[in-house]
Design a binder for this molecule. Structure first.
Ligand SMILES: Cc1cc2nc3c(=O)[nH]c(=O)nc-3n(C[C@H](O)[C@H](O)[C@H](O)COP(=O)(O)O)c2cc1C
Length: 158
């Protein structure tokens, strides 16, 4: 079987954007994680997916709350990405947030924000693929934060 570290290294050749996906736990508390395994799935109906590690603290919250938001990060938000890539910390301490209609945290300054309702959860190895129906989606100008070869990157010149 392919070594997981090798698969991660090879998939690092696939340059992606970086998101923080936010949701609410069973007590209604904010939680979320940095994620680049995010993809558009369907335009009609509007669907996207995020793959969440089953060992992630936020994993069950997607199913419990049934809602999540995808914050597509700009180059100005690398610190936010680093913060949400750690478990066992108060990630939201001192972080300014706005709220979706369903109460999920959104980060002002994100390049795009998509407010989703969970419509399916597919078991996929050590991850769950959460499919969200996109209820609202907004964008604003800025430069994207990228991830490539296990490092943050920027479009040359930005
Ligand atoms: C650039 C980047 C992309 C990541 N993408 C994902 C992802 O798509 N899915 C995932 O489950 N974890 C991903 N992670 C790891 C999580 O952010 C990390 O495990 C985090 O600590 C989970 O937080 P939690 O345990 O509080 O839920 C990524 C980390 C980085 C730095």
């Amino acid at each position: 079987m392919l070594d997981p570290k090798e698969l991660r290294r090879v998939m690092g050749a696939f340059a992606t954007g970086v998101t923080v996906v936010t949701t609410l736990d069973a007590a209604g508390k904010d939680c979320g994680l940095t994620a680049n395994a995010v993809s558009s799935v369907s335009l009609t109906p509007p669907l996207l997916l995020v793959c969440v590690d089953k060992t992630s603290e936020s994993h069950d919250a997607f199913r419990q709350s049934g809602v999540f938001a995808v914050n597509i990060l700009s180059t100005e938000q690398e610190a936010l990405s680093q913060c949400f890539a750690k478990s066992d910390t108060d990630k939201f301490a001192g972080v300014a947030v706005e709220r979706t209609a369903t109460g999920v945290a959104l980060f002002p300054g994100s390049l795009a924000s998509l407010d989703c309702r969970v419509v399916a959860a597919h078991d996929a190895g050590d991850h769950t693929i959460y499919v969200g129906s996109v209820e609202t989606a907004t964008t604003q100008a800025g430069e994207p934060l990228l991830y490539f070869g296990g490092r943050y990157a920027r479009i040359k010149g930005s």
